[in-house]
Write a protein that binds this ligand. Structure first.
Ligand SMILES: [Fe+2]
Ligand SMILES: [Fe+2]
Length: 311
């Protein structure tokens, strides 16, 4: 249950909102002498030179922003149908505005990530290949309940906060531009969480317990899209790395790079699936939640030893 009302969500969201052109001018530069992703959260490729490892870090950050951008599109798609055009009561008006505000900000975030991708492309001298999503990849979202779809939005929002926390916790000095992108995103996502929890609570109130249990299972099915995106993007990154390094990657390097580039345990969805606030909220819907989320989170732990700081 969200502790806030839609009206409070709006007020808080308006307080922290930012304008893209004020924060992230298109002519900004990256600092290639620093990593973008903290070394402790990035796959270790022993044969890469120091410079190559830094380029790998920036290419991974670039891909990561693109992957989150793909999810932002899904969030807007999941929330928008819950706007009630006929809204005679002031609570309904506040609810509509809160939902539309989240959607608007998700589109703004997409523009921010695109701008970051454009800056990286300009500085590399070529545009890295980025995975494109089609409706086919959404594992037939038509059959997933509305609750499951908004739950995906919630997971991605917790992820945005958790990724920034992981970066801060690493203690690494990273490229200021990438850090700013993560921070700008997290500041607004923190305000989306209570709004999404209110929408989910409203929707779940109309469901039977069995339907709520199904929604939690459907959430895990929808998260499989995330895994697909990571895998496909990591494959595309190999060609980007070879071009940026000016050499072909060895078979051994390609074998190592078949593992997720980002440490999923520390940086990606596994973290938010273990976020106690998320687990507590999803558990209000279904008693299955903690088991289902823990099982999915554990599936990301397999390759932990391949990163700089194995947990
Ligand atoms: Fe976002
Ligand atoms: Fe959001």
């Amino acid at each position: 249950m969200s502790a806030m009302t839609y009206e409070q969500c709006l007020t808080k969201s308006e307080k922290v909102a930012w304008r893209l052109d004020d924060e992230l001018a298109a002519d900004r530069r990256l600092d290639w002498s620093l990593p973008a992703v903290p070394p402790s959260l990035l796959l270790r490729v022993e044969s890469f030179s120091a410079r190559e490892q830094l380029v790998f870090s920036h290419v991974t950050a670039n891909s990561y922003c693109h992957m989150i951008k793909l999810f932002e599109a899904f969030i807007a798609l999941s929330l928008y149908p819950h706007v009630e055009l006929f809204a005679p009561r002031s609570e309904q008006v506040a609810r509509n505005r809160a939902i539309l505000r989240v959607c608007d900000e998700e589109y703004k975030h997409q523009q921010m990530f695109e701008r970051y991708n454009a800056i990286v492309a300009r500085e590399l001298g070529f545009a890295p290949a980025l995975f494109e999503l089609t409706e086919r990849h959404f594992a037939n979202p038509a059959i997933a309940s509305a609750v499951a779809k908004v739950l995906v939005a919630l997971v991605v929002e917790y992820l945005s906060l958790d990724q920034l926390k992981a970066v801060n916790k690493s203690g690494a000095t990273i490229d200021p531009l990438f850090k700013q992108v993560l921070t700008l995103h997290a500041v607004e996502e923190a305000q989306h969480i209570p709004a999404d929890e209110l929408v989910i609570t409203d929707l779940a109130a109309q469901l039977t317990q069995k339907q709520r249990d199904i929604a939690v299972r459907e959430l895990i099915g929808l998260l499989a899209i995330y895994d697909t995106i990571i895998q496909k993007q990591d494959e595309l990154d190999n060609a980007t790395l070879a071009r940026a390094f000016g050499r072909t990657l060895t078979d051994a390097e390609q074998a190592t790079l078949a593992l997720p580039h980002l440490s999923p345990r520390d940086f990606a969805s596994c973290v938010s699936l273990r976020n106690p606030k998320l687990v507590r909220f999803v558990s209000t819907l279904s008693p299955l939640a903690s088991d289902v989320l823990a099982k999915k989170a554990a599936s990301y732990d397999r390759n932990a030893q391949h990163y700089h700081q194995a947990p």
